[in-house]
Design a protein around this ligand. Structure first.
Ligand code: FAD
Ligand code: NAP
Length: 544
């Protein structure tokens, strides 16, 4: 059992968060012989998969790809039972990894990092927690997650409600039995789209409040066959390497032609093929779906037609068919019988755009003039994404806080560091491909880059690295330029911060592609960390 008493010790590195990012970061640093302490607010490892225990939760990237690649032994020994593993299985995998690599002895759970201060005279961070720890570290790695700050909108009256309320991202560990209950679900993002079909099978009645319909593709999930798993395991090194150079970090047979180059019939055949195969590969059907409105319209209309063909009530089908954003500009959802669920007699859809959710009452939800009575309400209302967890920590250097620096939106160099905050790295930070990718690939790439960087600094007698303003400005301009060549900024998405009132609206992830981004990061490192100011004993000697 790790010692749970508050500590004032000194480490080479403090890591905040014990999701897949924090876990692998610890493993890499240990391999370099560095000391590290991980602080995690939850009681266990797994991050996303520790918190999001709602019914139906599972990955939307196939498990053979949504898994670590750093250990060939781990890759070979682990068996996934389904093509898209469920949350319990992914959490089990995270626990297996923690055990296999003996990670827990350097982790402190139920401990939230509240403050971080950098001292320029010593080149060290002091990191404080809500349990009284005050540890010193040369480097601080924020592995705090892009989707770890669950958010319930500020509906008036929530405390009045006599039934139970749940957020998908904070689901009770003991599970929830909805049998015989009248359930209200607010939200129709990826979490809701996974949860609604499962809740509907159990509950007496489900009412879904939909403000914005989303595009969802059937996953075609099923049991993992030995032959399929073996085909991956035999070829893992090659396939993983290919995935690292794909646009999304997913090996997904992209079709490198325009949707507008082919006759209607051929286009439809290709969409049908992808629809039948299932999953996010649908968006790789043509090379211009995300950059050309006309091409995008063909894919969007195809999916709308599928919704109309599935949902028997035409009015409900029309309400479910997204019309206000190009397909793919919000993270595309992947489901199991989502649209078909609306054919069940115990499921009703409420249009929360024309009749917004006004308040939570003692007995349920009031939307427009109607009060709906519930025994339980599920908030599938998402997260303060990408910046929420970082800005919840009071981070400051020389009197400047990160909150102030990012008051007009996050600015970073490569999504790895932000100018003015030396020796603080972010894993999958804003300005990197992160949420637009297979995050396992992006996490491993960032962890490896950071580990290589601190090893390089040590080898060169340096102990301080800081992004320069010029490099940061250049990266932000480049990120904006690339984003505005696509249709992404047209959607009111959490990528743009639109879901949080008052949050600055900037496109946060880097859309240049995982492979391209990886090459850029690699080149910058090879060139002696171009765009970073480096200092320490060796630099001081060289300057003399
Ligand atoms: P997280 O898993 O979010 O872990 C961050 C950890 O940091 C959390 O445990 C949190 O408690 C902790 N933390 C934060 N702040 C503090 C603090 N101040 N002090 C202490 N601890 C702190 N991505 C995909 O690529 N494919 C998928 O199929 C997929 N499915 C998803 C499904 C759901 C329901 C959600 C919400 C996200 C999904 N994602 C998916 C994205 C997912 O977040 C990443 O794939 C990945 O799990 C992120 O790992 P992480 O370690 O970076 O962050
Ligand atoms: P989300 O995509 O942000 O969806 C939140 C939903 O709540 C939206 O439908 C939103 O409507 C609605 N909402 C918010 N405030 C509302 C209000 N005041 N009234 C009515 N509706 C309101 O959140 P999420 O579903 O949790 O997903 C977040 C991300 O996590 C995903 O995009 C994905 O990256 C990841 N994820 C992945 C999977 C997977 O398949 N593996 C599963 C879950 C999550 P508006 O759109 O109108 O704002």
């Amino acid at each position: 059992m790790p010692d749970a008493r508050p500590t004032t010790a000194a480490f080479d590195v403090v890591i905040v968060g014990a999701g897949f990012a924090g876990m692998y970061m610890l493993h890499r640093l240990r391999g370099l012989g560095m000391s590290a302490r991980v602080f995690e607010a939850g009681s266990g490892v797994g991050g996303t998969w520790y918190w999001n225990r709602y019914p139906g939760a599972r990955c939307d990237v196939e498990s053979m790809q949504y898994s670590y690649s750093f250990s060939p032994e781990l890759e070979q020994e682990w068996q996934w039972s389904e093509l898209f593993a469920s949350q319990p299985e992914i959490l089990c995998y995270a626990n297996h990894v923690a055990h296999r690599f003996d990670l827990r002895r350097d982790m402190r759970f139920d401990t939230r990092v509240t403050e971080a201060r950098f001292d320029r005279s010593t080149h060290r961070w002091t990191v404080r927690t809500d349990r009284g720890d005050a540890v010193s570290a040369r480097y601080c790695v924020m592995a705090t997650g892009c989707l770890s700050t669950a958010r319930v909108p500020d509906f008036p009256g929530i405390k009045r409600f006599r039934g139970r309320t749940y957020h998908t991202g904070h689901w009770p560990h003991e599970g929830v039995d909805f049998t015989g209950l009248r359930v209200g679900v607010i939200g129709t993002g990826s979490s809701a789209i996974q949860a609604i079909p499962v809740i509907a099978q159990q509950a007496a009645h489900v009412t879904v409040f939909q403000r914005t319909p989303n595009f969802s593709i059937p996953s075609r999930n099923g049991p993992m066959t030995e032959a399929y798993a073996d085909s991956w395991k035999r070829d893992y090194p090659v396939r993983r390497e290919q995935a690292r150079h794909m646009r999304t970090g997913i090996l997904n047979n992209p079709n490198d032609i325009s949707a507008l180059e082919v006759p209607d019939e051929e286009r439809r055949r290709i969409f049908e093929e992808r629809w039948a195969a299932g999953g996010t590969n649908f968006m790789a059907a043509f090379n211009d779906l995300i950059v050309a409105q006309e091409a995008n319209d063909t894919a969007a209309e195809f999916v709308r037609d599928k919704i109309r063909a599935t949902v028997r009530d035409p009015a409900t089908a029309e309400l479910l068919a997204p019309k206000n954003h190009p397909i793919g500009t919000k993270r595309i959802c992947v489901d199991t019988d989502y649209y078909g669920t609306y054919n069940r007699p115990n499921v009703r859809l409420v249009d929360a755009r024309t009749t917004p959710v006004e308040e939570i009452t003692a007995d349920g939800v009031r939307a427009g003039d109607v009060e709906y009575e519930f025994d339980a309400i599920v908030f599938a209302t998402g997260f303060d994404a990408m910046t929420g967890a970082l800005l919840n920590i009071d981070i400051a250097v020389d009197g400047q806080t990160l909150r102030d620096k990012w008051s007009a939106g996050p600015v970073t160099y490569l999504g790895l560091m932000t100018a003015g905050f030396p020796n603080m790295f972010m894993i999958t930070g804003p300005g990197s491909p992160s949420v637009l990718s297979n995050m396992m690939v992006s996490i491993e790439q960032h962890v490896d880059w950071i580990a290589d960087c601190v090893a390089w600094l040590r080898a060169h007698g340096l102990d301080c690295i800081e992004a320069t303003r010029a490099a940061e400005d250049g990266w932000v301009a480049h990120g904006n330029e690339v984003a505005h060549k696509t249709l992404y900024p047209l959607a009111n998405s959490w990528y743009m911060g639109v879901n949080i009132p008052g949050k600055p609206q900037v496109f946060m992830p880097y859309i240049g592609g995982v492979g391209t981004y990886r090459d850029i990061c690699g080149e910058i490192a090879v060139e002696g960390y171009r765009g970073f100011a480096l200092s320490g004993e060796a630099a001081a000697l060289a300057a003399e």
